[in-house]
Design a protein around this ligand. Structure first.
Ligand code: NAP
Length: 282
């Protein structure tokens, strides 16, 4: 492993949209580290060779994004317990002995953002009940993260019901699937509502859901961050509910990777956030 000029990457296909180079580039400059964080476009057929070549590539590791998170899970030499539980890897670290460790930092990233925006006691809202909409890769990470943080009940509702069952099963004894038609009744007892579907993203229809049954103490989180203020979050604010946007998750999930590849534990600051918000608006 090279000591000078440490290098890390984000690998995906496509990859042009990724904000990770901006985030890590900001931290490298802030810490005065003469390293690099590179954007790599690797198609799925070439991904196994990319991983096999990694120990001799000079990279200390990197981030993995769509569509490689499951393949990275299968190809890593070792997995953190969290990556194992989620079944997907978004962070790779090349160990000094050349072995590749796979981690998933989406779950702690999501929860760290809740800590920062809602304060330490967010888990207790409405008796510790969360309702997660969607059952894709992000939902898997968030359900595991919420279970780790001591939520007492996690409902999962999804357009495709079978996928909701599978994601709820990631939180044994706590998670349960919910039919989409049963949402209004469940919302009345929900302390944290999380949208993990792609609805509300630029170019997608909005997530049409009536928030009026939610209790006044409830918080609403949307992990969509383009746009930053989704219609769901705007509706939550109109009701006077705490609203948590998706950008914080993206920023906080990057912290453990930077620390592993470059050394210092970086801070998620308002100035970094402003930098990414400006880029999203541009
Ligand atoms: P994914 O694995 O493709 O899952 C997409 C989810 O959205 C599935 O549950 C899917 O339901 C649902 N969905 C899609 N179109 C729908 C529609 N028309 N009506 C109802 N449900 C619909 O995607 P993902 O990786 O989990 O990502 C989901 C979203 O989270 C994306 O917007 C992504 O940008 C965002 N994200 C944000 C962060 C962050 O750091 N803030 C991190 C990861 C992801 P079915 O199962 O029925 O298809």
């Amino acid at each position: 492993m090279s000591v000078a000029n440490p290098r890390a990457f984000v690998v995906g296909h496509p990859i042009a949209h990724s904000r990770s180079p901006l985030i890590h580039g900001y931290w490298l400059a802030a810490h005065g580290i003469p390293g690099s964080y590179e954007r790599l476009d690797v198609p799925p057929a070439a991904f196994p060779d990319f991983i096999r070549a990694l120990p001799d590539s000079g990279f200390r590791g990197g981030n993995v994004t769509i569509p490689h998170k499951e393949a990275a899970f299968a190809l890593a030499d070792t997995l953190t317990p969290r990556a194992k539980a989620i079944g997907a890897v978004n962070t790779l670290v090349v160990e000094p002995d050349g072995r590749i460790r796979g981690d998933n930092t989406d779950a702690p990233g999501f929860c760290a953002h809740l800590d920062h925006t809602l304060g330490a006691a967010w888990q207790a809202r409405a008796g510790g009940t969360a309702l997660v909409l969607g059952a894709g890769g992000a939902a898997r990470a968030i359900v595991v993260g919420l279970a780790e943080r001591g939520l007492r009940r996690i409902w999962v509702a999804n357009r495709t019901a079978a996928r909701a069952e599978a994601v709820a099963a990631l939180a044994p004894g706590i998670g349960a699937a919910l039919a989409w038609d049963d949402l209004p009744a469940a919302l009345a007892g929900t302390g944290l509502l999380v949208n993990t579907t792609s609805l509300g993203m630029k170019g997608q229809p909005p997530l049409a859901i009536d928030l009026s049954p939610l209790p006044a103490e409830a918080a609403v989180a949307d992990i969509v961050y383009a746009p930053l203020e989704t219609e769901l979050l705007a509706a939550a604010r109109r009701r006077g509910l705490a609203a948590v946007d998706g950008l914080g998750m993206l920023l906080h999930q990057a912290v453990p990777g930077f620390e592993a590849w470059f050394g210092p534990r970086p801070a998620v600051t308002p100035a970094l956030r402003d930098r990414i918000v400006a880029d999203l608006a541009g």
